[in-house]
Design a protein around this ligand. Structure first.
Ligand SMILES: *Cc1c(COP(=O)(O)O)cnc(C)c1O
Length: 340
């Protein structure tokens, strides 16, 4: 099966399992797991942040970040394609009593021009604009990433207005592979960062919140409240660390495979695609005459899985367990497939 439904479908490699089995562990609720403690410090240092908190999912990580940045009645500016807005069960309203202000950006990306007019005046009756929430790379936005200049503009705007910047970096690894931006730069423009190890890096479980020491202290308590305090979780941190060391360098090849696939899509008149929209490991394309279901079913019958991502849109996501042979097979099927 060539499974392109997501980059979350990878399974642990032999090397990753070895790393897990040899990890030194302790009770992390007591703060005594040496692997977790070391890994949290290592990631914080990598991104130039004070501290880290290992958590089960990117959703928990994003929600902890918003929780420590906001108070009741605050507003969070976000792109309308953002994961926090679309795929987190409306959690910010429930857990942090804040409202989200979705803006119509480009490929899931916000800009200074778009954000500035949305910042509210400080009247008694206005929600307090508190956070600018960015996503990099963008998921629903098709894997696009920010340039250094775009991020500096947004960060300057946040400073001018006393706003926090949150960065949902579930696929920050892909953003770094594609843009060449160094990790510590992101620490310099964001107050909180969420990074995931279970997407392109291939860990079975695990994300991390990065922030100031004070914020992490507060988030640690909230994590416990959400049932996210885990015991000998160094087993999972070891898998995540293995992913950072061994699978991060493989992402560029995922990006090349995504490009190759998009070429094949463009050669079949059953589909339309904007090839310039392929920035990293995510490919979005539209069906022309057939229904999305028909297309997905036909691909499935040939051993290829993708997902629906809109009324006429399909998403294919590349990851390191898609081999060169898989890409050969995939592109030749994609070029010639028909639907009747
Ligand atoms: C996957 C993802 C998350 C977190 O997802 P979990 O399934 O909760 O780990 C957050 N943001 C983006 C952009 C994502 O793609």
């Amino acid at each position: 099966m060539i499974d392109l439904r997501s980059d979350t479908v990878t399974t642990p490699t032999e090397g990753m399992l070895q790393a897990m089995m040899s990890a030194k562990v302790g009770d992390d609720v007591f703060g005594e797991d040496p692997t977790v403690n070391r890994f949290e410090k290592k990631m914080a240092n990598l991104f130039g942040m004070e501290a880290g908190l290992f958590v089960p999912s990117g959703t928990m990580s994003n929600q902890l970040c918003l929780n420590v940045l906001t108070s009741t009645g605050d507003e969070v500016i976000i792109d309308e394609l953002g994961h926090v807005f679309n795929y987190e069960t409306g959690a910010a309203a429930h857990l942090s009593s804040v409202q989200l202000r979705p803006l119509n950006g480009k490929n899931g990306k916000l800009s200074r021009e778009l954000i500035e007019p949305a910042i509210r005046p400080k009247n008694d009756w206005d929600p307090h604009t508190r956070v600018i929430a960015l996503e990099n790379t963008t998921n629903k936005g098709g894997g696009d990433f920010y340039s250094i200049e775009e991020l500096i503009e947004i960060s300057n705007l946040a400073d001018e207005h006393g706003l926090f910047v949150h960065l949902d970096g579930a696929r920050i690894w892909n953003a770094m592979a594609a843009s060449g931006i160094e990790p510590e730069f992101f620490g310099s423009i964001a107050d909180t960062i969420s990074i995931c190890f279970s997407k392109g890096l291939g860990a079975p479980v695990g994300s991390m919140m990065l922030a100031s020491g004070e914020m992490i202290k507060k988030a640690r308590r909230m994590r416990k409240m959400l049932g996210g305090g885990m015991r000998q979780v160094g087993l999972l941190a070891a898998a995540a660390e293995y992913g950072v060391e061994h699978h991060w360098p493989l992402l560029e090849s995922d990006h090349q495979n995504a490009k190759r696939f998009s070429e094949a899509v463009s050669r079949n008149s059953e589909f339309t695609i904007d090839k310039t929209s392929v920035h990293t490991n995510i490919v979005l394309f539209d069906v022309v005459n057939a229904s999305v279901k028909q297309v997905l079913d036909t691909f499935e019958s040939k051993g290829i899985r993708m997902v629906q991502f809109g009324a006429k849109t399909i998403r294919a996501t590349f990851h390191f367990q898609i081999t060169d042979e898989n890409v050969e097979e995939l592109t030749s099927i994609t070029e010639s497939i028909t639907f009747d």
